[in-house]
Design a protein around this ligand. Structure first.
Ligand SMILES: *Cc1c(COP(=O)(O)O)cnc(C)c1O
Length: 384
Protein backbone atom coordinates (compact mmCIF):
# COMPACT_ATOMS: atom_id res chain seq x y z
CA UNK A 1 0.00 0.00 0.00
CA UNK A 2 1.42 3.41 -0.92
CA UNK A 3 2.10 5.77 1.98
CA UNK A 4 -0.14 8.84 1.71
CA UNK A 5 1.29 12.32 2.33
CA UNK A 6 -2.01 13.27 3.97
CA UNK A 7 -4.47 10.46 4.73
CA UNK A 8 -8.02 11.80 4.38
CA UNK A 9 -9.41 8.26 4.03
CA UNK A 10 -8.22 7.30 7.51
CA UNK A 11 -9.90 10.41 8.90
CA UNK A 12 -13.06 9.59 6.97
CA UNK A 13 -13.28 6.24 8.77
CA UNK A 14 -13.34 8.08 12.12
CA UNK A 15 -16.48 9.99 11.14
CA UNK A 16 -18.14 7.39 8.94
CA UNK A 17 -21.92 7.60 9.02
CA UNK A 18 -21.92 11.01 10.73
CA UNK A 19 -20.93 12.84 7.54
CA UNK A 20 -23.74 11.20 5.55
CA UNK A 21 -26.22 12.09 8.26
CA UNK A 22 -25.04 15.70 8.35
CA UNK A 23 -25.30 16.05 4.56
CA UNK A 24 -28.72 14.35 4.51
CA UNK A 25 -29.96 16.92 7.01
CA UNK A 26 -28.99 19.69 4.56
CA UNK A 27 -30.79 17.90 1.71
CA UNK A 28 -33.85 17.65 3.96
CA UNK A 29 -34.09 21.37 4.79
CA UNK A 30 -32.81 22.56 1.40
CA UNK A 31 -31.08 25.77 2.52
CA UNK A 32 -27.92 25.20 0.51
CA UNK A 33 -26.69 28.80 0.74
CA UNK A 34 -26.18 30.32 4.22
CA UNK A 35 -28.32 27.60 5.79
CA UNK A 36 -28.55 26.97 9.55
CA UNK A 37 -25.33 24.88 9.62
CA UNK A 38 -23.33 27.90 8.41
CA UNK A 39 -24.50 29.97 11.37
CA UNK A 40 -24.00 27.07 13.75
CA UNK A 41 -20.46 26.61 12.45
CA UNK A 42 -19.63 30.31 12.72
CA UNK A 43 -20.71 30.28 16.36
CA UNK A 44 -18.78 27.08 17.08
CA UNK A 45 -15.60 28.37 15.39
CA UNK A 46 -15.77 31.75 17.12
CA UNK A 47 -16.12 29.96 20.44
CA UNK A 48 -13.29 27.57 19.60
CA UNK A 49 -10.79 30.38 19.04
CA UNK A 50 -12.29 32.85 21.51
CA UNK A 51 -13.08 35.55 18.94
CA UNK A 52 -16.28 37.60 19.00
CA UNK A 53 -17.14 37.04 15.35
CA UNK A 54 -16.52 34.44 12.67
CA UNK A 55 -17.51 35.14 9.06
CA UNK A 56 -17.18 32.10 6.81
CA UNK A 57 -16.52 32.41 3.09
CA UNK A 58 -15.68 30.39 -0.02
CA UNK A 59 -11.95 29.81 0.61
CA UNK A 60 -8.89 31.07 2.46
CA UNK A 61 -7.82 33.39 -0.36
CA UNK A 62 -11.23 35.10 -0.36
CA UNK A 63 -10.97 35.42 3.42
CA UNK A 64 -7.85 37.55 2.90
CA UNK A 65 -9.46 39.46 0.07
CA UNK A 66 -12.55 40.22 2.16
CA UNK A 67 -10.32 41.75 4.84
CA UNK A 68 -8.52 43.96 2.29
CA UNK A 69 -11.88 45.06 0.89
CA UNK A 70 -13.30 45.75 4.36
CA UNK A 71 -10.33 48.01 5.08
CA UNK A 72 -10.43 49.71 1.68
CA UNK A 73 -6.85 48.74 0.84
CA UNK A 74 -5.97 49.88 -2.68
CA UNK A 75 -3.75 51.99 -4.91
CA UNK A 76 -0.98 53.81 -3.04
CA UNK A 77 -1.16 51.45 -0.06
CA UNK A 78 1.63 49.09 0.92
CA UNK A 79 1.00 45.74 2.57
CA UNK A 80 3.97 44.01 4.20
CA UNK A 81 4.12 40.26 3.54
CA UNK A 82 6.66 37.51 4.13
CA UNK A 83 8.59 36.28 1.10
CA UNK A 84 8.29 32.63 2.11
CA UNK A 85 4.62 31.58 2.00
CA UNK A 86 1.84 30.40 -0.31
CA UNK A 87 1.13 32.82 -3.16
CA UNK A 88 -2.36 33.80 -1.88
CA UNK A 89 -0.82 36.06 0.79
CA UNK A 90 0.60 38.44 -1.85
CA UNK A 91 -1.91 37.71 -4.61
CA UNK A 92 -4.80 39.41 -2.80
CA UNK A 93 -2.69 42.54 -2.29
CA UNK A 94 -2.08 42.84 -6.03
CA UNK A 95 -5.74 42.11 -6.78
CA UNK A 96 -6.68 44.99 -4.47
CA UNK A 97 -4.44 47.30 -6.53
CA UNK A 98 -2.06 47.78 -3.60
CA UNK A 99 1.68 47.06 -3.43
CA UNK A 100 3.03 44.08 -1.51
CA UNK A 101 6.46 44.64 0.02
CA UNK A 102 8.31 41.40 0.56
CA UNK A 103 10.04 40.94 3.91
CA UNK A 104 12.36 38.20 5.09
CA UNK A 105 11.51 35.42 7.52
CA UNK A 106 13.27 34.03 10.61
CA UNK A 107 15.68 31.15 9.97
CA UNK A 108 14.32 29.09 12.87
CA UNK A 109 10.51 29.55 12.73
CA UNK A 110 10.25 30.39 8.98
CA UNK A 111 7.81 33.16 10.01
CA UNK A 112 7.91 36.92 9.33
CA UNK A 113 11.00 38.49 10.90
CA UNK A 114 9.93 41.57 12.93
CA UNK A 115 13.27 43.29 12.19
CA UNK A 116 12.64 42.84 8.51
CA UNK A 117 9.09 44.13 8.94
CA UNK A 118 10.45 47.29 10.55
CA UNK A 119 12.76 47.83 7.58
CA UNK A 120 9.81 47.26 5.23
CA UNK A 121 7.66 49.88 6.96
CA UNK A 122 10.43 52.48 6.57
CA UNK A 123 11.04 51.43 3.00
CA UNK A 124 7.37 51.96 2.08
CA UNK A 125 7.77 55.66 2.92
CA UNK A 126 10.74 56.06 0.59
CA UNK A 127 8.60 54.55 -2.18
CA UNK A 128 5.89 57.12 -1.52
CA UNK A 129 3.49 54.42 -0.33
CA UNK A 130 1.33 54.40 2.78
CA UNK A 131 2.10 51.27 4.82
CA UNK A 132 -1.36 50.26 6.01
CA UNK A 133 -1.28 46.56 6.74
CA UNK A 134 0.90 43.59 7.54
CA UNK A 135 -0.18 40.05 6.71
CA UNK A 136 1.79 37.65 8.89
CA UNK A 137 1.64 33.95 8.05
CA UNK A 138 1.75 31.09 10.57
CA UNK A 139 3.79 28.87 8.33
CA UNK A 140 3.44 25.10 8.68
CA UNK A 141 1.15 25.57 11.71
CA UNK A 142 3.28 27.66 14.08
CA UNK A 143 2.06 31.18 15.00
CA UNK A 144 4.22 34.13 13.99
CA UNK A 145 5.81 36.47 16.56
CA UNK A 146 2.62 38.47 17.26
CA UNK A 147 3.89 40.26 20.37
CA UNK A 148 6.52 42.03 18.32
CA UNK A 149 4.46 42.34 15.13
CA UNK A 150 1.52 43.87 17.01
CA UNK A 151 3.81 46.35 18.78
CA UNK A 152 5.44 47.45 15.52
CA UNK A 153 2.03 47.71 13.88
CA UNK A 154 0.68 49.77 16.77
CA UNK A 155 3.64 52.16 16.62
CA UNK A 156 3.16 52.63 12.87
CA UNK A 157 -0.66 52.54 12.62
CA UNK A 158 -0.79 49.29 10.69
CA UNK A 159 -3.62 46.77 10.64
CA UNK A 160 -2.43 43.25 11.51
CA UNK A 161 -3.83 40.25 9.67
CA UNK A 162 -2.86 36.72 10.68
CA UNK A 163 -2.99 34.38 7.70
CA UNK A 164 -3.76 31.28 9.76
CA UNK A 165 -4.60 29.00 6.84
CA UNK A 166 -2.07 26.53 8.22
CA UNK A 167 -2.38 27.22 11.95
CA UNK A 168 -6.05 26.98 12.88
CA UNK A 169 -6.10 25.44 16.37
CA UNK A 170 -2.55 26.49 17.32
CA UNK A 171 -1.86 28.57 20.44
CA UNK A 172 0.31 31.58 21.20
CA UNK A 173 1.27 32.30 24.83
CA UNK A 174 -1.83 30.44 25.97
CA UNK A 175 -4.29 32.11 23.55
CA UNK A 176 -5.76 30.35 20.53
CA UNK A 177 -4.94 31.68 17.06
CA UNK A 178 -7.97 33.71 15.98
CA UNK A 179 -7.99 36.66 18.35
CA UNK A 180 -4.34 37.67 18.51
CA UNK A 181 -4.58 40.32 15.78
CA UNK A 182 -7.12 42.70 14.19
CA UNK A 183 -8.14 39.98 11.75
CA UNK A 184 -7.38 36.30 11.40
CA UNK A 185 -8.12 34.38 8.22
CA UNK A 186 -8.12 30.64 7.69
CA UNK A 187 -8.74 28.04 5.00
CA UNK A 188 -10.69 24.78 5.06
CA UNK A 189 -9.03 23.41 1.93
CA UNK A 190 -9.07 19.60 2.38
CA UNK A 191 -5.33 19.33 3.16
CA UNK A 192 -5.33 22.01 5.89
CA UNK A 193 -5.39 20.94 9.55
CA UNK A 194 -9.17 21.55 9.66
CA UNK A 195 -10.37 20.81 6.14
CA UNK A 196 -13.75 20.28 4.50
CA UNK A 197 -14.55 18.24 1.37
CA UNK A 198 -14.15 21.14 -1.04
CA UNK A 199 -13.19 24.79 -0.65
CA UNK A 200 -13.94 26.87 2.42
CA UNK A 201 -12.55 29.70 4.52
CA UNK A 202 -13.26 32.08 7.39
CA UNK A 203 -12.36 35.44 8.89
CA UNK A 204 -12.22 36.04 12.66
CA UNK A 205 -12.64 39.54 14.03
CA UNK A 206 -13.62 41.04 17.38
CA UNK A 207 -15.01 44.29 15.93
CA UNK A 208 -18.75 43.76 15.37
CA UNK A 209 -19.01 46.56 12.79
CA UNK A 210 -16.23 45.04 10.72
CA UNK A 211 -17.98 41.65 10.90
CA UNK A 212 -21.13 43.28 9.50
CA UNK A 213 -19.13 44.74 6.61
CA UNK A 214 -17.49 41.36 5.91
CA UNK A 215 -20.92 39.65 5.88
CA UNK A 216 -22.18 42.24 3.42
CA UNK A 217 -19.11 41.97 1.17
CA UNK A 218 -19.35 38.18 0.87
CA UNK A 219 -22.95 38.58 -0.42
CA UNK A 220 -22.54 41.21 -3.17
CA UNK A 221 -22.30 44.09 -0.70
CA UNK A 222 -25.89 43.63 0.37
CA UNK A 223 -27.61 46.08 2.73
CA UNK A 224 -30.85 45.63 4.63
CA UNK A 225 -32.23 43.22 2.04
CA UNK A 226 -30.98 41.02 -0.76
CA UNK A 227 -31.39 43.59 -3.56
CA UNK A 228 -30.04 46.62 -1.74
CA UNK A 229 -26.27 46.97 -2.22
CA UNK A 230 -24.35 49.28 0.09
CA UNK A 231 -20.83 48.10 -0.88
CA UNK A 232 -19.16 46.72 -3.99
CA UNK A 233 -18.83 43.14 -2.88
CA UNK A 234 -18.59 39.76 -4.54
CA UNK A 235 -19.92 36.24 -4.06
CA UNK A 236 -17.95 34.27 -1.49
CA UNK A 237 -20.02 32.06 0.76
CA UNK A 238 -19.30 28.75 2.42
CA UNK A 239 -21.70 26.07 1.14
CA UNK A 240 -24.10 24.79 3.78
CA UNK A 241 -23.00 21.22 2.99
CA UNK A 242 -19.37 22.12 3.71
CA UNK A 243 -20.44 23.76 6.98
CA UNK A 244 -22.28 20.58 7.97
CA UNK A 245 -19.14 18.55 7.22
CA UNK A 246 -16.93 20.96 9.18
CA UNK A 247 -19.21 20.74 12.21
CA UNK A 248 -18.56 17.00 12.34
CA UNK A 249 -14.83 17.39 11.71
CA UNK A 250 -14.56 20.06 14.41
CA UNK A 251 -15.72 17.48 16.98
CA UNK A 252 -12.65 15.31 16.43
CA UNK A 253 -10.28 18.23 15.75
CA UNK A 254 -8.87 18.68 19.30
CA UNK A 255 -8.00 14.97 19.39
CA UNK A 256 -6.42 15.26 15.94
CA UNK A 257 -4.26 18.19 17.03
CA UNK A 258 -2.84 16.08 19.87
CA UNK A 259 -2.16 13.22 17.47
CA UNK A 260 -0.34 15.58 15.10
CA UNK A 261 1.76 16.94 17.97
CA UNK A 262 2.74 13.43 19.06
CA UNK A 263 3.74 12.53 15.52
CA UNK A 264 5.83 15.69 15.22
CA UNK A 265 7.56 14.88 18.50
CA UNK A 266 8.39 11.35 17.28
CA UNK A 267 9.79 12.72 14.02
CA UNK A 268 12.01 15.17 15.88
CA UNK A 269 13.29 12.55 18.34
CA UNK A 270 14.40 10.27 15.52
CA UNK A 271 15.52 12.76 12.89
CA UNK A 272 17.26 15.48 14.93
CA UNK A 273 20.65 13.70 15.07
CA UNK A 274 20.76 13.78 11.26
CA UNK A 275 18.73 16.74 10.06
CA UNK A 276 17.78 20.27 10.96
CA UNK A 277 14.34 19.57 12.48
CA UNK A 278 11.65 22.21 13.10
CA UNK A 279 12.15 24.70 15.91
CA UNK A 280 9.14 25.35 18.10
CA UNK A 281 9.09 28.33 20.47
CA UNK A 282 8.28 27.08 23.97
CA UNK A 283 5.43 29.58 24.40
CA UNK A 284 3.65 28.34 21.28
CA UNK A 285 1.96 25.21 20.03
CA UNK A 286 1.81 24.19 16.38
CA UNK A 287 -0.88 22.19 14.62
CA UNK A 288 1.77 20.85 12.24
CA UNK A 289 0.13 21.53 8.90
CA UNK A 290 3.53 20.38 7.63
CA UNK A 291 6.50 18.71 9.25
CA UNK A 292 9.47 20.28 7.47
CA UNK A 293 13.14 19.46 7.80
CA UNK A 294 16.06 21.27 6.19
CA UNK A 295 18.81 19.52 4.29
CA UNK A 296 21.70 20.51 2.07
CA UNK A 297 21.21 17.18 0.32
CA UNK A 298 17.60 17.60 -0.68
CA UNK A 299 17.81 16.14 -4.17
CA UNK A 300 19.33 12.95 -2.80
CA UNK A 301 16.68 12.72 -0.06
CA UNK A 302 13.88 13.17 -2.58
CA UNK A 303 15.34 10.55 -4.89
CA UNK A 304 15.80 7.94 -2.15
CA UNK A 305 12.40 8.64 -0.58
CA UNK A 306 10.75 8.30 -3.96
CA UNK A 307 12.49 4.98 -4.58
CA UNK A 308 11.28 3.72 -1.18
CA UNK A 309 7.69 4.88 -1.76
CA UNK A 310 7.82 7.73 0.76
CA UNK A 311 6.03 10.83 -0.53
CA UNK A 312 7.74 14.14 0.26
CA UNK A 313 7.01 17.70 -0.87
CA UNK A 314 8.70 21.09 -1.15
CA UNK A 315 6.83 23.96 0.46
CA UNK A 316 7.91 26.26 -1.15
CA UNK A 317 10.44 25.91 -3.97
CA UNK A 318 10.35 29.57 -5.10
CA UNK A 319 10.08 32.64 -2.80
CA UNK A 320 7.25 34.98 -3.80
CA UNK A 321 9.63 37.77 -4.83
CA UNK A 322 11.15 35.45 -7.44
CA UNK A 323 7.82 34.40 -8.95
CA UNK A 324 7.52 35.65 -12.54
CA UNK A 325 4.16 37.30 -11.87
CA UNK A 326 5.53 39.23 -8.90
CA UNK A 327 8.98 40.34 -10.04
CA UNK A 328 7.96 43.99 -10.30
CA UNK A 329 6.89 44.12 -6.62
CA UNK A 330 9.30 45.78 -4.19
CA UNK A 331 11.42 43.88 -1.65
CA UNK A 332 13.09 45.29 1.44
CA UNK A 333 16.60 46.69 1.02
CA UNK A 334 19.07 43.88 1.64
CA UNK A 335 16.71 41.34 0.15
CA UNK A 336 15.47 38.09 1.68
CA UNK A 337 18.47 35.73 2.01
CA UNK A 338 16.72 33.50 4.57
CA UNK A 339 13.69 32.89 2.33
CA UNK A 340 16.02 32.16 -0.55
CA UNK A 341 17.95 29.62 1.48
CA UNK A 342 14.81 27.93 2.81
CA UNK A 343 13.44 27.51 -0.72
CA UNK A 344 16.62 25.57 -1.45
CA UNK A 345 16.71 23.35 1.66
CA UNK A 346 13.19 22.63 3.00
CA UNK A 347 11.59 19.21 2.70
CA UNK A 348 8.16 18.31 4.09
CA UNK A 349 7.38 14.76 5.23
CA UNK A 350 4.08 12.85 5.41
CA UNK A 351 2.02 14.40 8.20
CA UNK A 352 -1.53 13.66 9.31
CA UNK A 353 -3.18 12.55 12.57
CA UNK A 354 -3.45 8.90 11.52
CA UNK A 355 0.19 8.25 10.63
CA UNK A 356 0.84 5.05 12.62
CA UNK A 357 4.14 4.32 14.38
CA UNK A 358 5.10 1.53 12.02
CA UNK A 359 4.71 3.67 8.90
CA UNK A 360 6.46 6.59 10.56
CA UNK A 361 9.36 4.33 11.57
CA UNK A 362 9.64 3.17 7.97
CA UNK A 363 9.84 6.80 6.82
CA UNK A 364 12.40 7.80 9.44
CA UNK A 365 14.50 4.66 8.76
CA UNK A 366 14.85 5.74 5.14
CA UNK A 367 15.76 9.29 6.11
CA UNK A 368 18.15 8.31 8.90
CA UNK A 369 19.89 5.97 6.47
CA UNK A 370 20.53 8.91 4.16
CA UNK A 371 21.37 11.17 7.09
CA UNK A 372 23.97 8.73 8.45
CA UNK A 373 25.70 8.67 5.07
CA UNK A 374 25.91 12.47 4.93
CA UNK A 375 27.53 14.03 7.93
CA UNK A 376 27.62 17.69 7.01
CA UNK A 377 23.89 18.48 7.39
CA UNK A 378 23.53 19.11 11.09
CA UNK A 379 27.19 20.01 11.66
CA UNK A 380 27.25 22.90 9.20
CA UNK A 381 23.64 23.76 10.02
CA UNK A 382 21.38 24.08 7.01
CA UNK A 383 19.90 26.98 8.96
CA UNK A 384 22.93 29.31 8.54
C1 LIG B 1 -3.84 27.44 1.75
C2 LIG B 1 -3.37 28.81 2.03
C3 LIG B 1 -4.10 29.94 1.63
C4 LIG B 1 -5.28 29.90 0.69
O1 LIG B 1 -6.32 29.09 1.07
P1 LIG B 1 -7.37 28.58 -0.05
O2 LIG B 1 -8.51 28.08 0.78
O3 LIG B 1 -6.68 27.51 -0.81
O4 LIG B 1 -7.74 29.74 -0.89
C5 LIG B 1 -3.63 31.19 2.01
N1 LIG B 1 -2.52 31.33 2.74
C6 LIG B 1 -1.79 30.26 3.14
C7 LIG B 1 -0.57 30.49 3.97
C8 LIG B 1 -2.18 28.97 2.78
O5 LIG B 1 -1.45 27.93 3.17
Amino acid sequence: MPIPFIDLKAQRQQIDGRIEKAIDAVFAHGHFILGPEVHELENALAEFVGAKQCVTCANGTDALQLVLMAEGIGKGDAVLVPDFTFIATAEVVRLAGATPIFCDVCPDTFNLNPKSLEIGIEYAKTLGLLARMVIAVDLFGQPANYNMINQLAYDNHLIVVADAAQSFGATYCGATVGNLTNYTTTSFFPAKPLGCYGDGGAVFVNDENKATVLRSLRSHGKGAHKYEHVHVGFNSRLDTIQAAILLEKLKIFPKEIKLRQNIAKRYTQTLSPFFQTPYLDKNLTSVWAQYTIQTENRDMCIEKCKAAGVPVAIYYPIPLSQQTGYQNCPSIPGGMPVAKNLARTVLSLPMHPYLDNKTQDFITDILCGIGAAITDDVATGAIA
